[in-house]
Design a protein around this ligand. Sequence first.
Ligand code: MG
Length: 355
Amino acid sequence: MKIKDIKVAKVEAPLITPFKTALRTVHSIHNIAVYIYTDDGQVGIGEAAPTAVITGETFGSITHAIEHYIKPAIMGLDIADIVHLMERLDTSIYQNTSAKAAVDMAIYDLCAQHYQTPLYKLLGGYRKELTTDITISVNETEEMVKDSLAAVARGFQILKVKVGKDPLGDVKRVVAIRQAVGQHITLRVDANQGWTPKQAVQIIGALEDAGTNIELVEQPVHYSNLAGMQYVTANTLTNILADESVFSARDALTIIEKRAADIINIKLMKTGGIHQAQKICHIAEANDMPCMIGCMLETKISVSAAAHFAASQKNITMIDLDGPSLCLKDPITGGPIFDNARITMTDAVGIGFSI
Ligand code: MG
């Protein structure tokens, strides 16, 4: 099974409500689908999300990287030679992790098809069902409370609350949400780098004192401020999750060595795909640090690949794969079943798309 052709196409999906974080506001998903064709007539599918404020990639840069750098590097290679393929993919261009992720997941889709097995089983087959949280965008308190109650009504038991845009009002926001949804709902808080280290310690301390019982706080300070991450982790009782600070396996090692977080958020768009994500997950596991699997604003295509990866790994204990739940409709059929909070793997081979 050798790579014969690679094509890119546009994927569009309107969102149910605008997605707002401390970094950006988005109304509709405009991503890139990748199709890899083999000499024996199979096709593997992947997706890249241009998240300029996090990975530095745009629609144009991803398309260009795939067509002019990645494609020439892997054309004609055998799908089963996965480590060799991944080496060529990694060295085809510096960074450009989302472009690489789309190609990586299409390769894994093909590899699992080659072995006639669902991808999550090829990768380890640890579990069949996942429970995801859903993101509550940062807004005025009343709107966030309304969105939180609507998410709970949809069956979500875990909410990821976006803050960090207005540090002075963040405690009030989270306290109001906790009061509205009750103690049985798990709350995660994502500041998206929006606080200074001292603000973070103060805000998290206030959340602890208010009895909000937050499961974790994600990326409280700027991604490059590892001393700040270390300071926040050392000076709060709540678990701290590194997201934007960890792209590569080397980044994960640094976070672990510095104890600059308690948990690592793995996203395929940051790692460059499943191959690198496995390394991060295993490094963390060897250091008794659990991982979350997350996604950018992605449709069912790439989130399905992330779900297969998450299902295969014992050390991924938290799931933030709400992309399909935020979209009005899916651009593809087949793959794992996304039913609000519940994601169920199927026995279909590969990622499992019907095309
Ligand atoms: Mg995050």
